[in-house]
Design a protein around this ligand. Structure first.
Ligand code: OFO
Length: 170
C-alpha cells in the first residue's frame, strides 16, 4: 500500500508540474484567464500530493519525495491543452480507483477511508473539465474564439475561487 501511495504522490506532483507549465505557456499566449486557472489547478495538485504525504507520516510509513521530469512547455492550441488536462484527470481517477482496490484487498480500512476524499475530488474535477470542454466546443474555432475561451475560463476560475473561500472543496 505504501509503495502505491508513493506512486500516487508522484502522479499528483507530476500533474502539478504539468499544470504549472501550462500556466506559463498560457501567459506567453496572452491567455491570462487560462493562466490563472492553471496556476490554481497546479496548486491544488500540490495539495493533493501533500495530503498523501502527511497521511503516510501519520500511519508511520515513509513518504518519498518523487523525481519529476520536466514537462512539455508548448501546446498546439489551448483547446488541445485543455483536452490534455481532462485526459490527465481521467488517468488520475483510474489510479485512485486502483488504490482503493489495493486498500480493500489488504483490508486497510484507514486507507480506504482516506481515499474517499480523492474519489469525490476526482468526480468534481472530471465534471469541471468536461463542462469546460463542452463550452470550448460551443465557442468553436472562430477568430474571436481565444478571447471567449479565456473569458469563460477566467469566469470558471473566479467561481471556483469563490466556492473555496466560502468553505467549499479545494
Ligand atoms: Fe489530483 O488529480 Fe486532479 O484533481
Amino acid at each position: 500500500m505504501t509503495k502505491a501511495l508513493n506512486e500516487q504522490i508522484k502522479l499528483e506532483g507530476t500533474a502539478s508540474f504539468i499544470y504549472l507549465s501550462m500556466a506559463s505557456w498560457c501567459d506567453t499566449q496572452g491567455l491570462e484567464g487560462c493562466a490563472a486557472f492553471m496556476h490554481r489547478q497546479s496548486a491544488e495538485e500540490r495539495e493533493h500530493m501533500l495530503r498523501i504525504f502527511h497521511y503516510l507520516s501519520e500511519v508511520d510509513a515513509h513518504a518519498l519525495v518523487p523525481a519529476i521530469k520536466q514537462p512539455t512547455d508548448k501546446w498546439k492550441s489551448v483547446q488541445v491543452m485543455l483536452k490534455e488536462v481532462y485526459e490527465h484527470e481521467k488517468k488520475v481517477t483510474a489510479s485512485i480507483n486502483n488504490l482503493l482496490d489495493i486498500a480493500r484487498s489488504e483490508n486497510d480500512y484507514n486507507t480506504e477511508n482516506f481515499l474517499q476524499w480523492y474519489i469525490n475530488e476526482q468526480r468534481e474535477e472530471e465534471n469541471l473539465m468536461r463542462s469546460i470542454l463542452d463550452k470550448v466546443n460551443l465557442i468553436g474555432e472562430g477568430p474571436m474564439s481565444l478571447y471567449y475561451i479565456d473569458k469563460e475560463i477566467s469566469a470558471v476560475n473566479k467561481a471556483e475561487e469563490k466556492a473555496e473561500t466560502a468553505g467549499g472543496e479545494e
